[in-house]
Ligand binder design. Structure first.
Ligand SMILES: O=C(O)[C@H]1NCC[C@@H]1O
Length: 271
């Protein structure tokens, strides 16, 4: 479960702005949420409907993300988005993880920082019990956080490791099994993680500009089409802009109420 909270934009050209929430707090980016919010913004007339595509500039904690919502016959469908400059920090970093030995991980940014490694490297596969996959991810995340400085060149707020992404191998066929925040397992191939994965593939010269790959979640089979669209820079990093295309569906509508006499109506945090 993931939450998006609409806030007032405070950067030029943004049509709307959202914060993202998960089981541990707030995140800097959620690509899957952008796909869902693209439809939401058009369907709820936050931006004017336009065929064949409605363009929306969405301010996210990581920066401005451009979403393009497919529109036909008054209806919205798939959404593609062009994310913030994305880059590889380092590849083949050796980490010594208790119970798993010495592993090699790649570190990349796609609106959030992720450590990547093949799932086979921790002796697991997509049919392994999910608790074992989560434990391996938590152990790796904790070592990477202690060993590597995770620094975004433009913002201290973006400078932390958000998740571990297990892959098939680094050359495909492409799957992303993402464990993020407090051991949450993504049901999608992870929009920001797919963006980071393409930055990694581009850095390793495994794909070129304009080339699309399909990235799947091996547990749910949901997939995104991911394309490296433009070279750019982010601080000292050679970066790439990545476009992700996918689908999201409505599952319900809820109305929340805050009564005047509720002493906790602004929310609460038990630390
Ligand atoms: O699609 C994404 O980018 C997100 N899914 C869960 C973790 C990420 O924030």
């Amino acid at each position: 479960m993931y939450g998006a909270v609409q806030v007032v934009p405070d950067i030029a050209n943004a049509d709307v702005a959202f914060l993202f929430m998960h089981n541990e707090g707030y995140s800097t980016m959620c690509g899957h949420a952008i796909v869902a919010l693209g439809r939401y913004c058009v369907d709820n007339k936050l931006v004017p409907y336009k065929e064949p595509e409605t363009e929306i500039n969405i301010q996210c904690p990581c920066g401005l993300v451009k979403a393009f919502v497919n529109c036909a016959n008054g209806l919205t469908s798939s959404v593609r988005f062009r994310s913030v400059p994305s880059f590889t920090v380092k590849s083949d970093i050796e980490v010594s993880v208790p119970a798993y030995g010495t592993l090699k991980v790649d570190l990349a940014y796609g609106g959030a920082f992720y450590a990547f490694l093949p799932l086979n490297d921790v002796g697991l596969n997509e049919n392994s019990p999910i608790e074992q996959i989560k434990s391996a991810a938590s152990a790796i995340a904790s070592v990477v956080k202690g060993q590597e400085a995770i620094v975004h060149p433009e913002s201290a707020d973006l400078s932390y490791l958000y998740g571990v992404i297990f892959t098939d191998d680094m050359t495909g066929p492409y799957f992303n099994l993402t464990v993020f925040a407090d051991a949450q397992v993504d049901r999608s191939p992870c929009g920001s993680g797919s963006t980071a994965r393409v930055a990694l593939l581009y850095h390793k010269k495994l794909i070129g500009l304009g080339e699309s790959v399909e990235i799947k979640n091996p547990l749910t089979n949901s997939s995104f089409k991911a394309t490296a669209v433009e070279e750019t820079h982010c601080g000292e990093y050679r970066a790439v802009r990545v476009e992700i295309c996918g689908n999201a569906n409505y599952t319900g509508t809820a109305t929340f109420t805050a009564e005047a006499q509720d002493g906790l109506k602004e929310g609460f945090l038990i630390a």
